[in-house]
Write a protein that binds this ligand. Structure first.
Ligand SMILES: [Zn+2]
Length: 231
């Protein structure tokens, strides 16, 4: 029933993980680590095209996410299919994330920072808060979900968490060598970053990665708030 993975990336929508952590994912894959993506919502509201149906867009975005994950070397993508712009901090959602943690046994979980202030997509805040709570204490405590125990999903202690889009970075990963793959993975999300925007996307992404590397001895970075979980 369980499977040992090194890293679980919980992404609110398709494409958020590529913006947040794709360059670092490539390094982990090269080190032989196995990576699982958990996609909370398939992003069926993420368009300005009034002719596309939400269910069509969801399918397109799932295919785009699969293509990006394949390019990066992600082992598996799990789609939870919660409604876009409808993620909430509910017991059901939390249990679903606990289920994934107990199934895949990640040492490290990566998601958005739940505590970014002011303008921040509600789904990002909610997915991140639920993931943080799922890591600790719910995935750890056997009495939290007796029915998951009956499914064969025993408690699991995550050792470390990384949060992207943080206002309080304390860990920067060197993505100078993997930036081009991150960019290519982002471009798999054609419905979100159409080819007409491609030159701007590269410029914008490079500038952002440079800013994140400030004070380091490398050029391009992804920045995170890192937490070690020792209890
Ligand atoms: Zn998003």
């Amino acid at each position: 029933m369980t499977d040992s993975t090194h890293v679980m990336v919980v992404t609110p929508h398709p494409d958020d993980a590529e913006f947040g952590v794709a360059g670092t994912v490539v390094h982990w894959v090269r080190e032989g680590k196995s990576i699982i993506y958990v996609v909370c919502s398939s992003g069926e509201k993420g368009t300005s095209d009034s002719t596309i149906k939400p269910e069509e867009l969801a399918q397109t975005r799932e295919q785009e996410q699969l293509a990006a994950a394949k390019l990066l070397g992600v082992r598996e993508v799990v789609f939870l299919r919660y409604p876009d712009q409808g993620l909430e901090d509910t017991p059901e959602f939390r249990k679903d994330i606990v289920r994934q943690i107990r199934k895949y046994h990640p040492q490290l979980v990566v998601t958005a920072d739940p505590y970014r202030r002011y303008i921040w997509h509600r789904d990002h805040r909610m997915a991140a808060q639920v993931t943080l709570d799922a890591i600790f204490p719910y995935a750890r405590d056997h009495l939290a979900y007796p029915d998951l125990l009956e499914e064969g999903l025993s408690p699991h202690k995550v050792k470390e968490a990384l949060f992207w889009a943080t206002e309080d970075p304390n860990y920067r990963s060197d993505i100078t060598e993997t930036f081009d793959i991150k960019l290519a993975a982002l471009r798999c999300h054609k419905s979100q970053v159409g080819y007409d925007l491609a030159p701007d996307l590269e410029k914008w992404l490079r500038l952002r990665a440079k800013e994140m590397a400030k004070g380091e001895n490398f050029e391009l970075a992804e920045a995170f708030h890192r937490v070690e979980i020792t209890w």
